[in-house]
Design a protein around this ligand. Structure first.
Ligand code: GTP
Ligand code: MG
Length: 147
């Protein structure tokens, strides 16, 4: 079982897509173990996107992610890091296929609605940047043997 950090970005919150985005991951069979609305601080945004520091779009990215509240979540499931990124779709909207969240809802690349961790290490770091350990509520779901 893996954990990942998923975050509806400010565009998804403003557009009222939080419920439908959560539904995509519920439909896939993943387990939600933490979630909250957060106004991201600049320091927190820079930690979150540290791997992109120095790139030409870094300041724009930090500005975007701090421009309004996000919905931060922790989900768990087998191979969830890879599978959730498939549900999310490609970074560039011109490459995001229909059926993915970005393919169905996003029309311009920076406004791509949702973030998903890209590895086990980044997931751990990103979860710790947004949640205290006691905010995670793992539980056994009775349907898990059917998923
Ligand atoms: P995240 O889940 O947000 O991390 O997206 P990702 O993993 O699909 O993409 P990546 O980590 O490579 O980039 C992080 C974010 O930076 C993307 O979601 C985009 O919003 C933005 N980004 C990435 N590449 C570019 C680019 O070439 N130009 C611009 N303007 N933004 C970019
Ligand atoms: Mg990324």
């Amino acid at each position: 079982m893996e954990r990942t950090f998923l975050m509806v970005k400010p565009d998804g919150v403003q557009r009222g897509l939080v419920g439908r985005i959560i539904g995509r991951f519920e439909d896939k069979g993943f387990g939600l173990i933490a979630g909250k609305l957060v106004q991201v601080t600049e320091a927190q945004a820079k930690r979150h996107y540290a791997e992109h520091e120095g790139k030409p779009f870094f300041d724009e990215l930090v500005g975007f992610i701090t421009s309004g509240p996000v919905f931060a979540m922790v989900w768990e499931g087998d191979d969830i890091i890879t599978l959730s990124r498939m549900v999310i779709g490609k970074t560039k909207v011109t490459e995001a296929l229909p059926g993915t969240i970005r393919g169905d809802f996003a029309a311009h690349t920076p406004f791509n609605l949702i973030h998903g961790s890209d590895g086990v290490e980044s997931a751990e770091r990103e979860i710790a940047n947004f949640f205290a350990p006691q905010e995670l509520v793992p539980y056994t779901r009775s349907v898990s043997s059917w998923i």
